[in-house]
Design a protein around this ligand. Sequence first.
Ligand code: COA
Length: 148
Amino acid sequence: MPKIRIAEQTDLPKIVELIKRNKEPLNENLEAVFNFESPNEKCRFFVAEKDSKIVGFSRVHIYRWNKSAYVINLLVDANYRRRGIGSLLLRTAEEFARENGARVLMFDTAIDNIPALNLYFKNGFRICGYNEKLYDNAKTALYLAKEL
Ligand SMILES: CC(C)(COP(=O)(O)OP(=O)(O)OC[C@H]1O[C@@H](n2cnc3c(N)ncnc32)[C@H](O)[C@@H]1OP(=O)(O)O)[C@@H](O)C(=O)NCCC(=O)NCCS
């Protein structure tokens, strides 16, 4: 099983490569948010590493104003899926959220993203809302949440 650890700045090119390799959208400058921290918000990236290769990553934000945490990204390399790595990254996100005083962990995904929905349901998340305007591809977003 891969090791999950907090990402370092030097991991960023490999994270970008992982995103591109898996043809996931890369609409943001990740450097700008990497380890971002202010009195109001904190961002951390986590990587799943196997044999010195980054095979998955997640990005979690902590919001102080409402004591919440949000999984912004969660990606496992296509060649490494269905081996529990997504679940491991999600559990790490939960731990990080708890350690930072969050009362809830949230996430959004497209209504037709069955792998992601199953992963989150299996880990105790429930649908708490939807948004028809969130994405630029006209798909409806579902919001999921887990109380910590
Ligand atoms: C969603 C994703 C992170 C899951 O990662 P993973 O490492 O394969 O997840 P796990 O192996 O921990 O799977 C846990 C459970 O999720 C569900 N699941 C995962 N992939 C699934 C699939 N293709 N179809 C149906 N259910 C699936 C299953 O319930 C699975 O448990 P099981 O294998 O015992 O049946 C991965 O598919 C991925 O990176 N997808 C592309 C990016 C994405 O959509 N990210 C989330 C939204 S941003």
